[in-house]
Design a protein. Structure first.
Length: 409
């Protein structure tokens, strides 16, 4: 057992594009508290940006014990064997991002895998759920002795999404493993319900407005999940789905803002995920007199105004609105709403404020990326008319000022 009260264990976490970043962050944080070494295989497109964010978010001691590897488009089975062969710990825990193991559970896994024979073990939250559910495939994590890993010569190729099941299937060839009971509150697989319950009966102070073409899409669901997990003030979510008759960006946002009665308002694209501590720094900046504030985007922040996520007070919204009934110019449908707002704010001497302590992730252009021919044609045509309206109002020089590059066509 080491000085943190845990035995000689490393923890390897597999993350995929379907995970929300708050779950990845909390999984790494929990593993770093209870194990000697943490390896995150980030199997998503923006793995390098996630690594940069986690290096900022973790404290120095945890950062030194955490290795974050880009696993996107790689054979994770081969990567797993390479990584584990270099580890010196007696046991390696492998899990998805949902597992939250307590120190006591690590110890139980360690004892179960320290027999004279190579073994693996897996925790089950409750032994009262029935015998059918007590098997390795129902657990989000598995502890493996080093000698067992050395025997996994037939581990099939796998993607990040399939690796954990591939590993479990190979382990199952050696037996049913050892079942251990989970222990401690850290074993909860999700804290979303607990976080939401603290707001029950409270009046929301923040309205989060999300325009979307498909409220049931996986990207919209990930945004909602990240908001639930990472927003510390009571908030209401206004999700405007106009997919049946797309009206662009301005119309749904204007409609949603008219429905707001909270002191603070945030407008967020549906291809964004908010990260821990996203809201508090934005609120502080607003309270200090800023009109519009926006966070750091880990994939890259547009310095003048990253408008895929911004916040303001209701009072400042009324002062900078395009008209008495519309926050954005309703004639700017798809693009240039943010640039038009930027120009109006500069005209008032109150440009948008970048708040570097707040973090979000953004899948650039995912909101308007589509292969549906009719919708694609409508978007392309509308972008041209939006550009012309912006130029009529602010001049050609404004295009250069906002960094707009004309298409070669």
């Amino acid at each position: 057992m080491d000085e943190r009260g845990t035995m000689s264990a490393s923890h390897l976490i597999i993350a995929t594009d379907q995970d929300i970043y708050i779950d990845i962050y909390e999984a790494v944080l929990n593993a770093a508290r209870h194990s000697q070494t943490v390896i995150l295989i980030a199997g998503m497109k923006h793995a390098l940006y996630l690594r940069s964010y986690l290096q900022l978010a973790l404290d120095l001691e945890m950062r030194e014990r955490t290795l974050i590897i880009d696993g996107y488009s790689k054979n994770i089975s081969t990567l797993f064997m390479q990584i584990t062969s270099a580890l010196s710990t007696d046991m390696i825990v492998v899990s998805n991002t949902q597992a939250r193991l307590s120190s006591e559970t690590y110890e139980r896994l360690e004892r179960a895998t320290s027999d004279t024979q190579p073994l693996f073990a897996f925790p089950i939250a409750s032994l009262e759920t029935g015998l059918d559910s007590i098997n390795i495939f129902s657990s989000p994590s598995v502890g493996i002795a080093r000698d067992t890993i050395a025997m996994l010569g037939r581990l099939r190729p796998s993607t990040p999404a399939t690796f954990l099941d591939t590993l479990k299937a190979e382990l199952y060839r050696y037996g049913e493993g050892v079942v251990v009971a989970s222990a401690g509150t850290a074993d909860a697989t999700s804290n979303t319900s607990r976080l939401l319950s603290r707001f029950l009966g409270e009046t929301p102070i923040l309205s989060v407005l999300v325009p979307t073409l498909d409220a049931s899409s996986s990207k919209a669901q990930r945004l909602v999940a990240s908001l639930k997990a990472s927003t510390t003030d009571p908030f209401q979510l206004i999700l405007v789905d106009n997919g049946n008759a797309p009206q662009g960006f301005s119309v749904p946002v204007n409609t949603a803002i008219r429905a707001c009665d909270t002191p603070y308002i945030a407008v967020i694209n549906d291809d964004v995920q908010v990260l821990p501590n996203w809201w508090e720094p934005l609120r502080r900046a607003i309270d200090q007199g800023e009109y519009v504030v926006f966070p750091t985007t880990i994939e890259g922040t547009r310095a003048d105004f990253s408008a895929w996520c911004f916040a303001m007070s209701r009072d400042s919204m009324l002062q900078i609105a395009y008209s008495r009934t519309c926050f954005f110019d309703p004639e700017l449908l798809v693009y240039f709403q943010d640039s038009d707002l930027l120009m109006r704010l500069r005209q008032k001497g109150k440009p948008p404020k970048h708040v570097s302590e707040s973090f979000v992730s953004h899948s650039f252009s995912a909101s308007v990326a589509t292969n549906e021919s009719d919708l694609r044609a409508w978007i392309d045509k509308t972008v041209i008319s939006d550009r012309n309206r912006f130029v009529d109002r602010w001049g050609f020089g404004a295009l250069q000022e906002i960094g707009y590059i004309e298409s070669a066509s």
